[in-house]
Design a protein around this ligand. Structure first.
Ligand code: ZN
Length: 426
């Protein structure tokens, strides 16, 4: 009888798997498994746990959807994702909406997944019920979200929500941009309508810093776990590092697009590179890499936020949908520059969100991994597996290609079904 269901190996090492769990990692003994796969000189690395996606189902599945979103993520080395409470419709601000989304995810997702619940003025009375239903945490917008059905949280609402979150033991994630700073700035520099530079200039770093300061102060006062998503600038990371030293329970995310694109590239790319906070300068991007490699950034999430192409067209950049659709190539492009951030893509995410089965290739963990081959890949529109063929990375070349992705020991295919994950409570 074989000891293992599967052994995968390459010149860099081996993994033995039984019942979807890693039983051994390191060296390889031929003949010990029912099936053996030799991946040559490829790297076998933990799959991306992408804690920040917008798959928009139910309600806006024509923008993405669990099936297409998880297919594209798997092709890009992802094995688990956390879906945001918007831009699905209704947004996840009640237990009913939460359970409806869970049901759809279980039916359609190819990958394991968790769900964020909303922290909005309307959701405060529903937060405990959504925690009981298995939410991974709560997401709040400190500035308008772009959708009226998901209201922003002013400091008073945020404080109330953080008190509830602290009581139920779940983190609050914030989109940190201060609307007052944005408004003041837009009054000073009236934007030209179809000018990407005007969009970039309309949401300055100072708007992020102001909101980050407010969120950190409230987290300190309420004892709430805080996760600041999609921070674009080293000054923002410094605020988090300082707060950590003072004992505030805060972590910080950045996204591949803040590490791979700069203002000039965004202007050349056009609407596919519109997002908020916006893409920053080359110098800021270089400084973010330093912070990442110094370990000051906790997690990397895609903030995959697609829309149909018609919402990315027109003559007014301010009216167009803002959101980067980059879930399929963000990881190989980031790892092409440096392999170290695999930590922020997997282990640190699992640790941050208390998923003890995920995030590494140690014995006892779920056998969730990607196979990454040193093989250049130039990104073209026809490779895209998302619902719409939009990506700001078209034309860029990755040094690595993801050749396979495995979820709990099974190669991800159309038949793979993901499990709903909920964090331990208490
Ligand atoms: Zn987002």
């Amino acid at each position: 009888m074989s000891d293992h269901d599967l052994v995968v190996h390459s010149t860099h090492g081996a993994l033995a798997i039984r019942d979807g769990i890693i039983t051994d990692s390191g060296s390889y003994t031929s003949g010990s498994a029912r099936e053996e796969i030799d991946f040559g000189d490829a790297l076998i690395l933990p799959g991306w746990i992408d804690a920040h996606v917008h798959f928009n189902e139910p309600g806006r599945a024509d923008w993405e959807g669990f099936a297409t979103g998880s297919r594209a993520l798997a092709a890009g080395g992802g094995t688990t994702f956390f879906d945001m409470p918007l831009n699905s419709s209704p947004p996840v601000i009640t237990r009913t909406a939460f359970e409806e989304k869970r049901r759809i995810g279980e039916e359609k997702s190819r990958l394991d997944f968790a769900l964020w619940a909303g922290l909005t003025p309307d959701s405060l009375n529903h937060m405990e019920a959504m925690a009981d239903a298995g939410a991974i945490g709560f997401k709040a917008f400190m500035c308008p979200s772009g959708l009226d059905e998901f209201q922003s949280a002013n400091p008073s609402t945020l404080r109330k929500g953080m008190e509830i979150a602290a009581r139920v033991g779940l983190p609050v994630a914030v989109h940190a941009e201060d609307p007052d700073v944005i408004i003041q700035h837009q009054l000073t520099y009236p934007p030209a309508s179809n000018d990407m530079r005007a969009w970039l200039d309309s949401r300055p770093i100072e708007a992020e810093l102001s909101a980050i300061r407010i969120a950190i102060a409230l987290a300190g006062e309420t004892g709430c776990d805080l996760h600041i998503v999609h921070v674009t600038c080293p000054e923002g990371i410094d605020l988090v590092t300082e707060a950590k030293k003072c004992g505030v329970r805060v972590t910080v995310e950045t996204c591949p697009h803040y590490l791979l694109l700069d203002d000039e590239k965004a202007i050349a790319t056009g609407p596919a590179a519109k997002c908020a906070p916006p893409i920053r300068s080359k110098a800021t991007v270089a400084a973010m890499w330093k912070k990442l490699l110094a370990g000051e950034i906790d997690t990397i999430g895609s903030d995959h936020s697609p829309s149909p192409p018609e919402l990315k067209q027109g003559s007014d950049i301010f009216a167009m949908w803002g959101g980067i659709a980059g879930i399929q190539h963000g990881l190989p492009l980031v790892l092409s520059q440096d392999l170290k951030p695999v930590l922020q893509l997997a282990w640190k995410v699992a640790h941050r969100f208390h998923l003890p089965q995920k995030g590494s290739l140690l014995p006892g963990q779920d056998a969730d991994f990607m196979v990454l081959k040193k093989q250049p890949l130039t990104i073209t529109r026809d490779q895209l597996l998302t619902r719409h063929a939009i990506s700001p990375y078209i034309g860029m070349t990755s040094a690595y290609t993801v050749v396979a992705t495995y979820l709990r020991g099974q190669k991800v295919t159309t038949d793979t079904r993901g499990k709903f994950l909920s964090p331990p409570r208490g």
